[in-house]
Design a binder for this molecule. Sequence first.
Ligand code: NAP
Length: 287
Amino acid sequence: MSAPNEVTPVLSWGPLRLGLGGNRLAGPDSFGPPRDGNESRKVVHLACDSGVAVIDTADCYGPYWSERIIGEALSRRDSRPLVATKVGVVRDASAGWAVDARPEGLARAAEGSLRRLKLEAVDVLQLHHPSTRIPLEAQVGALQDIRRRGLARHIGLCNVTLEQLQRAEREGPIASVQNHLHALRITPDDLRLVAYCKDRGITVMAYQPFAEGALLAEPRIVRAAEHKGVPAAQVALGVLLDLGDHVVPIPGSGSTRHVRANVDAVSDHLGLAGRVSRPASTDGENL
Ligand SMILES: NC(=O)c1ccc[n+]([C@@H]2O[C@H](COP(=O)([O-])OP(=O)(O)OC[C@H]3O[C@@H](n4cnc5c(N)ncnc54)[C@H](OP(=O)(O)O)[C@@H]3O)[C@@H](O)[C@H]2O)c1
């Protein structure tokens, strides 16, 4: 039962407050097919078997490769975590990134994501990055229209300020915010946004929690890890987990070894050791 003033979160998951970031399931720099598609599929299965809260992807990771691999793996499973994807950013031929959040394009992109993910409705459809060329209300309104058509259960936003989130909420319910947060990069504005989200039952997905891997070799993190006798990943993820029960770090990985390490780090930090399932083996296609 909830405590008297506790807000029920819009999204719910099991005990493991960890997501899988899906950009590393595609090729290097999230461009092209993965070097080892079998390992990418194993990563998805391992994440599911370990009880992660959410698998996060985007149509532009690959482009399309990450969603294809996730869709293919999930279609062979009876149960799965929440699936979140993003639309509104495109890639050019030289692997560059560009915001394109024109409303008609968002609808087409969402339909493509569903085909690749092999889902009738995605759990969370996120605006990847607000465009400065189009009113935010039009971008969020387009996503809410997609939700009303039944193609998404919830709408999320990425890379937004508190003011943008509040404007977006006038167009319809927002279930999640996905912003860049890591242990050495949490500003007072971030804390205000995180606190606001908690009060509203909005999940915060902390993206690039390892600063693309660099944080794990950062002297302050390494020293703290040595001091506590835990892996650097546990220090980095622990700082984010301690921000609140509604905060879910989503480290990216294309490696089963690293996914296992991140599951162990979060389980240990949250005192879940022994409570989350540990798949016996990660060999073979049919994990
Ligand atoms: N909304 C947005 O605008 C936005 C932007 C960027 C990213 N994101 C999301 O955030 C996710 C994570 O971002 P990211 O992958 O760029 O950065 P990250 O999570 O900070 O770092 C990923 C890097 O850390 C390595 N790694 C992961 N676990 C490790 C471990 N236990 N030990 C050692 N190395 C480890 C990965 O290598 P391996 O692959 O070898 O494991 C990879 O090189 C993305 O997948 C995406 O879902 C969202």
